[in-house]
Ligand binder design. Sequence first.
Ligand code: PLP
Length: 366
Amino acid sequence: MASHNQPNLRIPGPVPLPDDVLAVAGSQMINHRGTEYAEMLDQMSSNLKTVFMTNNDVYFITASGTGAMEAAVVNTISPGDKVLSIIIGVFGERFAEIAEAYGADVDRLNFELGNAADLDAVRENIRKNPHIKAVIFTHNESSTGVSNPLKELCTVIHEESDALILVDAVSSAGGVPIAVDAWGVDVVATASQKSWVSPPGIAMITFSKKAWAAYAKSTMPKYYLDVQQYEDYLKIGQPPFTPCLPAMFTLKIALQSMVDEGIENVFQRHHEIAEHTRKGASSIGLDLLPDPKFASNTVTAIRLPDDVDGKKFLSNVNDNFNVVLGGGQKSLTGKIFRIGHMGWVEKSHIDEALNAASETLNRMTS
Ligand SMILES: Cc1ncc(COP(=O)(O)O)c(C=O)c1O
């Protein structure tokens, strides 16, 4: 447990770390080209495959989540390829920008903020564009607290095309089920500072056989994020480049404890704490941004009353209650606040955050 005087960090990542994990993050460095590292990498790869329900290859990359998204793009597509980008918020737009930065021909399919992607609209779009090379989208849109129906989206995409499916699961993986093989997801990108109860520093990707076939044809320029480098070094139990060891150390512990707990139990725990957050918010008269049907199990987005200064609200909550809430991003700045509940989180953390929000709103509106 963290010490009592530490802030209740309730942003959607980086997540707070319990003291035992913090102690592991502070471990002495090791030789990343030695046997200890090789054993650690082997165990971590096997456990990550369990969490992702996959036999596909998995890779650990020293980067933030955006690095994993970029790895998905540069390893599978080529300049000029047609890419359908399904966008439900800030991070979906980021994925589109990455693909565009590398010269892909990106079509954006935008949905209103607070909504998930509409399956019929996706189907219709793909039917009109049969030559799509890849469909890219966010699983859990942290900026709006919305989870896209990943399984159903994959079904539609597979029914209508041979397109690759590249998914930003930065803020869902590890907290929400993703059956990579059963649903046919080609690349999943995530990052250590989210549900994985670790510091920032390590991005993780899964890479399917179909993604490898696409890799063979991809002419995209790449070096640091070239998945072949990670594959070649994996065979000798090493990272291609010096890894963020503190995050690797904690991820090793986190992955093992997720597998020991049982991944279904981990996902259920996330579902329950999310329900607790949503019910708690409505019991104090606050409205969620999303339709509850698509509300995220890792982050809850709550509307702020029109007459409340969002910036002042966040600083009051911080200053008076020692609770750190997430604000709105881009066009939602000042309009919502967000409570992260991924990784290590107890009901008391949520209750404290909701109480701080409620008290602050009362003071600001009375
Ligand atoms: C859904 C989603 N995608 C991508 C990112 C970007 O990750 P990073 O900041 O680690 O690059 C984030 C970070 O909050 C996220 O929540």
